[in-house]
Design a protein around this ligand. Sequence first.
Ligand SMILES: [Zn+2]
Length: 609
Amino acid sequence: MKKIFVFLFGLGVLFTSANTKQTEPNKTANNTGYWQQHVDYKMNVTMDVTNYQYTGTQQLVYTNNSPDVLTRVYYHLYFNAFQPGSEMDVRSQTIADPDSRVGDRIGKLKPDEIGFLNVTSLKQNGIILNYDVVGTVLQVQLHEPIQPGEKVTFDMVFNGQVPVQIRRSGRNSAEGVALSMTQWYPKLAEYDFEGWHADPYIGREFHGVWGDFDVTINIDKNYVVGGTGYLQNPNEIGHGYETGEVKKPKGDMLSWHFIAPKVHDFTWAADPEFIHDTMQVPDGPMLHFLYKKTLEAEYLENWKKLQPKTVELMEYFSEHIGKYPYKQYSVIQGGDGGMEYGMCTLITGKRKFGSLVGVTAHELAHAWFQFLLATNEARHYWMDEGFTSYISDYAMNAVMDGNEENPTTNAYRGYIYLATSGKEQPLTTHADRFEYNQAYGISAYSKGEVFMAQLGYVIGEDNLKATIKKYYNDFAFKHPTPIDFIRTAEKITDFELDWYLIDFAQTTNTIDYGVKAVSGNKVTLERIGLMPMPIDLTITYTDGTTEDYYIPLRMMRGKKPTTASTLSDWAWAYPTYTFEASKAIKSVQIDPKEWMADINKVNNKFELN
Ligand SMILES: [Zn+2]
């Protein structure tokens, strides 16, 4: 295909403008089609559980699928964030509302408690490279540029120290889990249509390159390991992974060999006191649960009861988003709250049952919206956290026998608080550039969730369900962007929806519609906020009957499926809209189900006395 394209393009140049300078075919390709880089990692690491230091080798085969010539590459060295004076440390000590888990703790770490990642050697196709360590980023000047379509091999030797656990990863968590090994290896930064994403690690989330991982972890034989990837030598390991007779090699160490195909991260955790249970999801993956046997009886019981609930959650998400594509998923006690990774999550374990299921539901939903639909989380955190929160609230309602008509009401409450607080920044803000942690949190989780829930109000619930499935089907194993999502909704509905993305996710414009006047059968509504919306409204007549109305939004160029009486459309620029109802009116209520994130509900209702 590529060759034919070049050939035709060449002819075009020949016939149309033979004597003018033409752009090369590769440059034009920059504006067409989707591409993503590819990595194949092979790592062998040895962990010393007495001093939490590790050594490793990494062979990385990098395929440049971009149309661009690369002269540099960047790696993340996330563990370097856990050093006094790091950007994460200083940011935490200068932001008005620091994360209580971090506070000033990084600044107080002693040399044997900090985290670090040292690269001691790096070669490109066998030739030694020069590089600089700049905080949490390794900047590498290439020996030879990498051409479009070229594969190169980077061979690295590195060593590291696992920090005392401050945030997400580390040793000796507050609950006593020995090793939470997340973002622990030199990790190639992503290069995509927006260029390099060598973001420093200041505390927020991640963006990685898709590829295949082959990882061998050598560790004290008493440690039980869980994480990303399929164990290749279960009968040399045992620890609940065995499929037959266990034959452990002699010595104090075990070598755990994992393969993880089509992932953009590799995470593991280990502890000598892990219980390891498994449960098979029918027609789905094997679930693994790793949690400390020293937990109090009440918590141990909760971890047992969690297992069939996780089966239900896996089935819920597979049905409502799309089938989970891996053969394995692990829920592991570790970390400092709940965090999503490839084929696994690390969660804290001392939780009441509802909280344990809730955090598992949220982190498991991330397998779809963070891991498989791998948006750049630094830029589009709200698509990750918000969509995850949306679907996990529905899943919790289903598996915990809730009967809420709208399980997302808390998200609406959070968003409306933020929108009226004066602290809101648009969802286009980089995750690290929020003035307040709280504003980031509400934006990512609550406003992102409202974006999805409210889209159901705009296009109809069945259309939203179809949109979510098509989005997954079209963009799994890629890096979708906001426009990919809204275009999917447009393709399902044939509506024009760019205004919804622009106003809600790219500005801080707010929604405020009101009932301005009612007289006899006549209703006048007004648009007070800048954001356009279609309107659902219910009228109660003086004879006691009610009627639902729907006012389409002109710029949407379509009407959602509804049983309500549909009125003529309302063009956004007109501040008011008047229509006549069929009978004398007693009261008018805009959006009675409160699916619209209207920031002032007082004027949504009008009642004749
Ligand atoms: Zn989350």
